[in-house]
Design a protein around this ligand. Structure first.
Ligand SMILES: Cc1cc2nc3c(=O)[nH]c(=O)nc-3n(C[C@H](O)[C@H](O)[C@H](O)COP(=O)(O)OP(=O)(O)OC[C@H]3O[C@@H](n4cnc5c(N)ncnc54)[C@H](O)[C@@H]3O)c2cc1C
Length: 534
């Protein structure tokens, strides 16, 4: 029987990150991963043609400029990222294109094609959203959340906090529609605000809107593929004596005297540990592995209340024989440098209709975002060849269909997406060598923690965000089960590769274990604390 200090279930970005910080703090760590490879959402695979590398899940890195792990784990010295400019562009069927650059003036100039007023507004809100991000929204990602009454009091004490509070009380649609008058400008900024699944029509989580609009000029691409980031984090675990075992199936979390004290695998092997850390969702953690019989009824009810996201993603990867040619490329040569292209939506209403159709389970010939990573990182494809992907919000359950619907619809729907892309990249069919599709059902099958294809391990709803993520009993990474912690995307600050949840959880865990943190408080957090907002 092996003994560890900490067993972590799941080796995705958050499990690995938490493991790296703990291992360096002297904690004997074992990661147990269900799949044959570590990385979770950080995967780079040859799924179309040999030597074409595709990031099949996380590809757009939103918080690389702020995550403390970049310095703490020397990611900055060992991983390279690029931030292409423009970062995001929307192509319209009237022959115009709108681009977001890191530079406010250039973005404003692009907006001016549609509205002089909106161009002026952007010159105000661009720097302002950057300030809100720098002074509160980014630092708040890297410090555990506090109960809402405390958060509100802290925010109220500062004008930045009050402004964020005002945004929180509006829907993403209201924010974008209040700011901009042009339909095209609204369409792009609404897409930027909701591309990760924020509901355009709900209040309560729109403090994320200024952050996501700010990030639309900042997404990074990991050179060589996103999986490199996972491997570097694992190197850190390994060098400090920790290990990850892949292809492991957990049978149960061992409970002794009401305390989690290890894990039993399905082959009967017992692994004992001082603590167990789950980087996976609350359903598996508590119902499959702890067992309802070991939990208080009120807590069981709260776990049952946890909601998956109401939409997932359909992703179509492409190996291309030549470079894509953009229909609008002659008029807008910068489109050849764009990181994220948004196509197929001419108005904000078309976007809203698309999201409403997804909720109803309907599939239509409509828009999505797409990118061509090899344009920015030629090493991911053979010389002269290219990689590409289209990523669209999609329902988990297709209206009128059964559980197998996606197996039948995957290619039919792919044809709809290629039809749309062809309007903006006319040579796409000619240059396509092969493609590979990931449906919402595939996501759930691959990652058991992404139930119903929920890429963030659970919806962003007011009652399961901040201190309430995943619920008030599991705030701040500890759970009602003694010795059991959580550290994945279902904990604060939530999904995407923000490198936040695993980092915050590691801090909580070393504090509880009485171990001194080897890392320092991030400067942005210290500054925000000085301002009284954190
Ligand atoms: C198609 C797609 C595209 C995405 N695009 C982006 C993007 O561009 N940018 C971005 O930032 N984010 C993106 N995401 C979201 C991002 O991948 C996740 O939010 C992030 O990976 C969450 O990290 P995590 O470590 O909490 O969970 P995960 O990455 O899901 O890792 C959890 C790990 O636990 C394992 N596991 C699950 N259940 C068990 C079990 N019972 N026993 C053992 N192991 C288990 C899983 O196999 C997985 O390896 C995307 C996700 C998908 C699916």
């Amino acid at each position: 029987m092996e003994n560890y200090d900490a067993i972590i279930i799941g080796a995705g970005p958050n499990g690995l990150l938490c493991g790296a910080y703990l291992a360096k703090a002297g904690v004997k760590v074992l990661l147990l991963e269900k799949r044959h490879e570590i990385g979770g959402g950080l995967i780079t695979e040859e799924i179309t043609v040999p030597n074409f590398l595709h990031d099949t899940h996380a590809i757009y890195m939103a918080m690389i400029d702020y995550a403390p792990a970049i310095m703490d784990l020397e990611l900055d010295k060992n991983i390279k990222w690029v931030r292409p400019e423009p970062n995001m562009s929307m192509h319209f069927s009237d022959g115009r294109a709108l681009s977001i650059y890191p530079d406010y003036e250039r973005t404003s100039k692009s907006i001016a094609q549609f509205s002089a007023k909106d161009a002026k507004t952007y010159l105000e809100i661009g720097p302002r959203f950057a300030e809100l991000t720098e002074k509160f929204l980014a630092p708040a990602t890297y410090k555990p959340a506090v109960p809402s009454f405390q958060a509100v009091a802290q925010l109220e004490s500062h004008e930045i906090g009050r402004e964020i509070g005002e945004y929180t009380g509006k829907t993403p649609k209201e924010i974008v529609f209040d700011l901009f008058e042009s339909d095209q400008v609204r369409a792009l900024f609404l897409y930027a605000a909701c591309m990760w699944g924020l509901d355009a029509n709900i209040e309560g989580v729109s403090y994320l809107v200024p952050l996501l609009i700010n990030r639309a000029s900042q997404y990074r691409l990991t050179i060589g593929g996103a999986h490199r980031l996972a491997h570097w984090m694992y190197k850190y675990v390994y060098k400090a004596g920790g290990r990850a075992w892949t292809s492991q199936r957990v049978k149960r979390i061992i409970m002794e005297n009401g305390r989690a004290s290890g894990v039993e695998l399905i082959d009967g092997e017992i692994l004992k540990s001082k603590i167990v850390i789950s980087s996976i969702d609350p359903y598996q953690t508590f119902f499959k592995y702890v067992g309802e019989q070991n939990l208080e009824p009120e807590f069981v009810t709260r776990v049952k209340d946890y909601e998956w996201e109401s939409s997932s993603h359909y992703v179509y990867h492409m190996a291309l024989n030549e470079a894509p040619q953009f229909k609008l490329g002659d008029k807008y040569p910068d489109l050849y440098k764009t990181r994220i292209h948004v196509v197929g939506f001419d108005t904000a209403q078309e976007l809203l209709d698309h999201w409403a159709n997804v909720k109803k389970g309907e599939l239509h010939e409509t828009g999505f975002n797409c990118c061509f990573p090899s344009i920015h990182d030629p090493a991911v494809a053979p010389k002269g060849k290219h990689t590409g992907l289209m990523s669209q919000h999609a329902p988990y359950g297709i209206k009128g269909g059964d559980a197998d619907s996606w197996y039948r619809e995957r290619e039919t729907h792919g044809e709809r997406c290629v039809n749309v892309l062809e309007k903006f990249v006319p040579n796409i069919r000619k240059i396509m060598l092969r493609h590979y599709i990931t449906t919402p059902l595939d996501i759930e099958n691959k990652f058991w923690d992404m139930g119903k294809g929920s890429i963030k391990q659970g919806a962003y709803l007011p009652l399961q965000m901040g201190y309430l993520r995943p619920n008030e009993y599991c705030s701040n990474y500890a759970t009602p089960v003694e010795g059991l912690y959580m550290c994945g995307a279902s904990t604060f600050p939530g999904g995407l590769v923000t490198l936040g949840a695993g980092y915050n959880a590691a801090g909580r865990i070393v504090d509880d274990l009485g171990i001194k943190r080897w890392w320092s408080k991030p400067a942005i957090v210290a500054k925000s604390e000085e301002l009284g907002m954190l």
